[in-house]
Design a protein around this ligand. Sequence first.
Ligand code: FAD
Length: 481
Amino acid sequence: MDMTKLDVLVIGGGPGGTPAAMALAAEGRRVRLVEKGTGLGGTCLFEGCIPSKILHESARRLLAIRSAAEFGLRVPAGEIGIDWNAIMERKATILNRRAEGALQRARRIPSLSVQFGNVTLLGPHLARIIPHDGKPEDVEFSNAIIATGSVPNLLPITGGDLPQVITSEQLLEIEHLPKHLVVIGAGPIGVEMAQIFAAFGTAVTLLEAGPRILAPVDEESAIALQTHVRRQGIVLELGAQVLRISGDGNGVRVEYRDAAGAQHTASAEYVLAATGRSPNVGSLGLEHTAVHFDRHGVKVDGKLETDEPGIYAAGDVVGQPMFAHWATAQALALAGHLLGRPTRFPEPATNSAVIFSIPELGIAGLTESEARRGRHTVGVARYDYHTDARAQVSGHADGLLKVIYDTTTRAVLGIHVLVEGAASLIGEGALAIRSGIPVEVLATAIHSHPTLNESMGAVAREIVASSRAAIRGARTHRATG
Ligand code: FAD
């Protein structure tokens, strides 16, 4: 029997694989999308973005109810009940609906075939598909896209393999709310989980080896968030070195040394290991190809092509930044490139992201220190939400907007916004940075009142006004000097 010949084999049905498969097939390419799990959506849908945001939403609503009196609303006295099973059922319903929708959309494209099973590469243009139901099949492909995502790092310490030491995936599936939780690692996942569970009433200790939370994030914004984390009652230890974890009845004891060298013990029902994620390349058969990888990810060039011509990679498997929208941006660019279109591949300097902390932290473009390391003459402007109408109305006025711009080209380089609602606000920042608009344009864009978006215009007008004042000052100085 003839072997199946594909234009493109896509390995992995997450945000880095599915959009590429659909875009290529929509243009008539013969595409096979193979996913190891049982649905399309990847880590993002089943274990990451969506389940964590479902819990985040419940946690925020709980906090809103607790602060109802501030808004003149009287809720019955006493503890507000949390129906954990109902939250979990809501999560399952949304996840199933989204997975079903994704599969239906994919199945509507005639030249796209979706298969659930494992893929192993047998050579540069040959792969074996082992479906969950059915016989193994060898396929030939012109191009392949590796989009197999990432896996959580294990804790390389004594006790790191205890059953109470869990990953974010396990925590998002937990059957009851833990009374005590130790989170190791204050990256985006660690911070989000710590704040969500603290809002639900879990006593949380957050241990971070570095000098501050969220290492890659703009320092000032991350430090401002630390205040909110501590105000929430989370015990945050920076510069903490975890020494060992040991069993303690049904729970665990985490021994760690603080930044000053003093030894402490934190008891918990569970420990969340949130010390980062590594590329998922196991059992892919990369040894049968020239594809190279290291612990940071599969090695690719600027067009996401691996060292094996014709084999590409996208998403978490390529390394940082590990975000769903970044994976999708890469996937779509790659599809355009394989369709022969002139393509601009995503660049970290124009990426945006949201840390779903409490309050949310929206990020677009460069941090202040990245901008200063680059070839820019850097200006920084800040906006305090205490003076903002919308923030006052919503009761979340404790926030900071920071705009980093080039004082010569006037281009906006980075926007960092820590305020409840930042997730919706940051899109404007992403657009401003991607299109290279000068601060003068941001200053004259008409933002509706009263919205948080007004802060973008206000801070830009501050920049314009202070630049004019500086020019006037220089002229006066020259005239009088
Ligand atoms: P994945 O989504 O991991 O998809 C890879 C797929 O490949 C998987 O479905 C896997 O089963 C499949 N696969 C692996 N090996 C094989 C094989 N051999 N054969 C076939 N299939 C295979 N990002 C955001 O942007 N926003 C968020 O709010 C956010 N929250 C997160 C919260 C948590 C707790 C976590 C863990 C992650 C979060 N992320 C978030 C990150 C986001 O989930 C990832 O960046 C995104 O899923 C990466 O997409 P991907 O397609 O590269 O990989």
